[in-house]
Design a protein around this ligand. Sequence first.
Ligand code: SF4
Length: 444
Amino acid sequence: MALKALDIYKLLPRKNCKECGDPTCLTFAMKLASGKGDVDRCPYLDEQARETLGSSTRPPIRLVKVGVGERSFSIGDELVQFRHEKTFYHPPGVMVAVSDLWTRERIQEVVIRVRDLVIVRVGTDLRLSGVAIRHQSDDPAAFRRAVEAVEEIADLPEVLMADDPAVMEQGLAVCGHFRPLIAAATEENYETMGKLAKDYGCPLVVKAKEPGRLPDLVERCKGRGVQNLVLDPAVPSLHQFQNVSTAIRQQAITRSTPALGYPVFLDAAATGMQDAAIVTGILRFASVIVVEDPDSSSLLSLLTLRHNIYTDPQKPIQMTPGIYRVGTPGPASPVLLSVNFSLTFFTLQGYLEAARIPCFMVIVDTEGLSVLTAVASGKLSETLVAASLKQFNLEKEVSHRSLIIPGYAAPLSGRIEEATGWKVLVGPRDAAEIGEYLEKEWTS
Ligand code: SF4
């Protein structure tokens, strides 16, 4: 069981010397209790306390990194079972499969798609994570050629999928130093596969014959010196994946089975129900999901779902405050004030673009609250508006001094005029009416 902050505090030397980087032992204890601290930062702990704290305060699910460079991604290090308790931190890597039966051209077509695809949703770039290379031929050299074909044109994280260590070695000889995820160590091959993972410093998928045998296989791989593991429950149905993956998460979070404290792997393409498997994987704790040739609509849905599940439910998605241009506005163009709640921003921006009236949007920082909530809570105030206009240097952009505020901010109009010296016009409450409003009211 996880120790509480006070229990941890009692085990600390309590010198308040700040050498751990925290101002007091108590704050350090609180950090450890939340799974975000590193026990080794206190140099005064005796061995017994270090051991007790180490096993109970390390993150319940190990952080594992796949790949190197800009597109590398981390998985694991989650702290809760349910998203509403806190948040999920590390979205699953979605890896598109290619086969060593394919031609070089066909492989590279897929790789280019994975490399270049960007879907923009609420101001965020959503991308696929990497490529999974499956060994399906009888030829180890074909596997090597397939890995080379991927490496030739893209710097993407990879999963190497082969059960034969001799085949795996062919792939690792080409890309081993880029930290691909090795899939998989089984009860038959874990000694050789573990050695390869250790020699190349790669994370390793562990696949037992049945989920109940995973802890034992994990311990055996750890015994070979491999720490960065990913669990493949390898169950025959999605229903079973859901149950097993949920049980793994529960036992990891509660630390009742520390050997299950690793991210989970799902080969969605192998289930025969890919779309359903992807959704199940995203919702039920999969950290690496292998997919095959997803069509555009599936991609949009899966990347959007992943994005939604892995945003902090306690923190609205926000825009960066500042000036945004719609079209090519000039000194006489209208200036519209709004808040940095991304849904409000994109709704208003969409209607302004449809109206085809070039204008400036001045987005102020209401900590992601909508207009109505920001007015009610006092987050949108004349002081904020005055400070923002000054900070964004709006006076340099336009020759007039008229500011259109949202209809729901009407109660602030007089105060904003006083604080800014700008003439305030109250816009419509419904963003859908903004085009018509500007046509009628904007005369500058
Ligand atoms: Fe306390 Fe150790 Fe941090 Fe010093 S280094 S403040 S003794 S926890």
